[in-house]
Every structure is written in structure tokens, then in C-alpha cells.
Write a protein that binds this ligand. Structure first.
Ligand SMILES: C[S@@+](CC[C@H](N)C(=O)[O-])C[C@H]1O[C@@H](n2cnc3c(N)ncnc32)[C@H](O)[C@@H]1O
Ligand code: SF4
Length: 444
């Protein structure tokens, strides 16, 4: 998956709404700020354990701009801009690789976006060549996940992905009913979706993930069951069920209690539907086919691992610093940030510019958020071995709040209802500092 950012809502979300914010990474980029003195990457990485990092490349291009989506991306860029972007990525990759300590190794890799398969087949091959030569890594030996979309999952691109050893392909479908996809602001054709799914299955042996969205206008139990069943015809190893979020600067705007109830009802239906058909729930959004071989290097197990992010819009994580480039959703700002990335020379990529420094308290919060929101819950012993305390000692009020709502089944495992309210549980654990930074962030 696929990672989905959050932009603070312009209208306040009701305090008891189950849909406050999707916490897929903490802190969110809207809490990042320019560093006063741009630190050298070499300094940030010097003392890190770099033996099993994640490598991520962000491709901020799509063949369409979906009304619901606030990821960092622009639609249909001119071909020269894509070529210039890849040139800049190559400069960045070589500079960043030179800043990493000896012994750097990668345990997993991903191409995300946007839509990485917006790139042509030869451009995708170039991306692999650059990553492999810059970082001295054989990507066929590393679990690698790639995001695609129905219109861009073509046979020639899939052939490149297969040759280069892709192990997971994730595609957004959202709905198998065109009128629903259109209602969510996605101009999609069902025939293209079917063709893409068949091609992925025919041309690769990668795990298939399908993203579906619930809470679309006029979506009901019957149409939701239809989309779920149609996805299951392809026996995807993973299914992600996303509640529709609508945020500033995207084309849609709906709020309110009845919509919350609509989404919660469809969530429960989707969860039960998948469970009854042999899927295990991994988190509020993620379901995995129980008979599928264990995922290799799953992206969700790396809460303490470092990540090297490349491309405009990617984040990088060391133990104490998260950094990225500037972030925006609005078309004009996205374009100027991409243009600025393309203009950089190699030396410009040796510094971190925008980011967030995590102290001990923030690292505890991050660890909690990334483990408590999983169906299996968090391992308090693991937390204790990292931080020397029990999470309840560190955050007694927050655990008491979860207890009061009846959202804890065990010490550090959410109940079904707790998991259903993951997007309300998560924000409880944000620090005051992160809340203040996010609140002052202006959606641009
Ligand atoms: C990078 S996209 C997937 C790949 C590809 N770009 C595509 O759209 O087919 C990430 C996924 O996040 C989900 N998503 C994005 N914005 C959302 C929103 N506002 N509400 C709910 N889900 C959203 C969608 O399911 C989408 O497929
Ligand atoms: S949902 Fe996918 S295709 Fe649509 S704008 Fe977002 S990243 Fe692009």
C-alpha cells in the first residue's frame, strides 16, 4: 500500500467521529518544518543501524487526478518533465548513496506514488538500473512492492516489473462500479480494471493487492458486496478497504454523522465479508488471504527500521530524524515543488531540508501508533525492551481513555470496536507539539 497522507480538515471533525485521521505514519508531514540549519545526510545517518533499511522511490505522476486523493502527485505531466524528473532522481540517488555509511543493506524496496507505472517501460527499467547501480543492491533479491493503476498496468510495464523481481503489485480499484468510481471523482472504466487485473495475474507471480473505498455517495450494502466479491474473483493476496476521506483541495466535500454511520456500517460489512471468505484482518484497512504464503518483508513491520526515500514527496526516516521535501496538495504548489526538485544539482541532495526531529517521547508515541493499531495488538514486552517501561506507565491517561470506551481487549490489544475506531484511537496519541504543528499548517 500504500501510504495515504492527511491534511487537517478545514471544518472540524466531530470529536467522537470514528474518522478523525488516518495515521499511517507519525508524525504526519504537515508537522514537518524547514530545518534551521540544513543537516548533512551523512551526519543524520552516521550512527544508524543501516543493515536492513527500506528503499522507497516516489513517482509523483498520474494519468488522472482523482477527486478524493490528496497524495503528492500531478496528472499528465509533459514527457520532458518526466525525463527531467528521472535525471534529478539519478543525481539524488548517487548523492544519497554516497552519504550512507559502509555496510548499508536493504531489506525491502518500494515504488510508490502517485502512479509509478505512469512511467513507460523503458523509464521503469532505468529506475531499477539507477537504484541498483547507485546503492549496489540486487533488487531481484529484495522484496519489492510497486503501485499501479488500471490504465497504466500494461503488459510491457508488467514485463519489466516481473524481470526485475517485483513481489507485490498494488492497484487502486476503489469500486468495480464505474458510476461509484466517478462519484468519488475517479474517471475509471470497468473494462480497464478487469484487463489490468487479468494482466497482472497473467504476467507476474507477485502478490496482488487491491484497494477499495467505502463511503461513496449512494454506495450501499449491495453495491459494496458486489465490489468485494468482484475483487475476490481475482483471489488477491491482500485487500485494503479505505474509508473515503475528503479533504481540502480535493474535489469533494462531505461530512457529518450520517456519513460516519454510513462508513462504519460498510466497514463492518466489508470486514465480515472478507473474514467469512478466508481473509485475516491485519489492521483496520488491511486484510490478507489466510492461505497466501507469508508476505515477504511486509511494509507494516518496520516501525523501527530506517527508510531512505528518494524522489519528490518521499520521506526518509532515521531513528531521530524524519525528513522530506516540501509538501502540498494543490496543483500549483505541487508543480512548483516538482520544478524545484528537478532544478537541483547533485550537491543539493546531500542535505535534509524539511522534517521533524523525534525525541524519546515522540519515538515512544510512534512505536505505539504503529503497533497498537494492528489487529494482533502491540507487544508490550517488545516496547519494554526498547524503552525500558510499559506503555501504560508512559501514557496512563490515554490507556484509561481507551479503557473507558471499552476499546481494549487486553492490556495492549484493541477490541473489534477499538480497531474499527483506529482513526480515532491514533490521534489520541499525538503529542501536543505535533498537534500544534499540524493545526498551524496551512493546506496549500
Ligand atoms: C497511490 S494510490 C494507489 C495507486 C494508484 N495511484 C491508483 O490510484 O490506482 C493509494 C490509495 O489510497 C486510497 N485513497 C487515496 N485517497 C483517499 C481518500 N481520500 N479516501 C480514501 N482512500 C483514499 C485509494 O484507495 C488509493 O488506491
Ligand atoms: S488515487 Fe492514484 S491515480 Fe488517483 S490521483 Fe491518487 S495517486 Fe493518482
Amino acid at each position: 500500500m500504500t501510504a495515504l497522507p492527511l491534511v487537517p480538515a478545514t471544518e472540524p471533525v466531530a470529536a467522537d467521529s470514528p474518522y478523525r485521521s488516518y495515521v499511517y505514519a507519525y508524525p504526519h508531514k504537515s508537522a514537518y518544518r524547514p530545518f534551521a540549519e540544513r543537516p548533512l545526510l551523512a551526519d543524520l545517518w552516521r550512527d544508524e543501524d543501516v543493515r536492513a533499511l527500506s528503499l522507497y522511490l516516489h513517482i509523483p505522476f498520474c494519468e488522472m487526478r482523482c477527486g478524493f486523493c490528496n497524495l503528492f502527485t500531478r496528472s499528465t505531466p509533459p514527457a520532458e518533465q518526466v525525463a527531467a524528473y528521472l535525471d534529478a532522481f539519478e543525481r539524488q540517488a548517487r548523492t544519497v548513496a554516497a552519504t550512507l555509511p559502509d555496510g548499508t543493506g536493504f531489506a525491502r524496496a518500494a515504488l510508490g506514488g502517485g502512479t509509478p507505472t505512469y512511467l513507460e517501460a523503458d523509464e521503469l527499467a532505468r529506475v531499477y538500473d539507477v537504484l541498483e547501480s547507485a546503492f549496489g543492491v540486487d533488487l531481484t533479491a529484495v522484496p519489492m512492492s510497486v503501485e499501479t493503476s488500471p490504465a497504466t498496468a500494461t503488459a510491457d510495464r508488467l514485463a519489466v516489473l516481473r524481470e526485475r523481481g517485483v513481489t507485490r503489485i498494488s492497484m487502486g480499484v476503489q469500486s468495480f462500479i464505474d458510476s461509484e468510481a466517478h462519484a468519488a471523482g475517479r474517471p475509471q472504466k470497468r473494462a480497464e480494471v478487469d484487463r489490468a487485473l487479468e494482466l497482472i495475474r497473467a504476467h507476474t507471480t507477485a502478490d496482488l493487492n487491491v484497494d477499495l473505498i467505502y463511503g461513496i455517495d449512494r454506495q450501499d450494502e449491495r453495491t459494496w458486496a458486489y465490489s468485494l466479491d468482484t475483487a475476490l474473483e481475482h483471489a488477491p493476496e491482500e485487500v485494503y478497504l479505505y474509508p473515503l476521506y475528503v479533504r481540502p483541495l480535493t474535489g469533494l466535500g462531505r461530512r457529518g454523522r450520517s456519513w460516519d454511520d454510513h462508513r462504519l456500517g460498510l466497514y463492518r460489512q466489508g470486514r465480515d465479508h472478507l473474514r467469512e471468505r478466508g481473509y485475516e484482518q491485519v489492521s483496520m484497512r488491511m486484510f490478507r488471504r489466510a492461505d497466501a504464503p507469508e508476505a515477504q518483508g511486509p511494509e507494516y513491520c518496520c516501525q523501527t527500521d530506517g527508510m531512505v526515500g528518494l524522489g519528490c514527496g518521499a520521506r526518509s526516516y532515521t531513528t531521530t530524524a524524519h525528513y522530506s521535501f516540501d509538501y502540498a496538495v494543490g496543483v500549483g504548489r505541487v508543480r512548483s515543488i516538482i520544478a524545484d526538485y528537478i532544478d537541483r544539482d547533485a550537491a543539493d541532495f546531500a542535505h535534509a531540508e524539511v522534517g521533524f526531529l523525534l525525541d524519546d517521547d515522540e519515538r515512544r508515541r510512534r512505536h505505539l501508533l504503529q503497533s497498537l493499531l494492528r489487529a494482533e495488538g502491540m507487544d508490550a514486552a517488545d516496547y519494554a525492551s526498547r524503552f525500558g517501561s510499559h506503555p501504560r506507565e508512559d501514557f496512563p491517561d490515554l490507556f484509561a481513555a481507551l479503557d473507558r470506551r471499552g476499546w481494549l481487549a487486553e492490556d495492549t490489544v484493541l477490541t473489534e470496536e477499538g480497531l474499527a475506531h483506529s482513526d480515532a484511537v491514533g490521534p489520541l496519541f499525538f503529542s501536543d507539539r505535533v498537534n500544534a504543528l499540524m493545526a498551524e499548517y496551512e493546506a496549500r
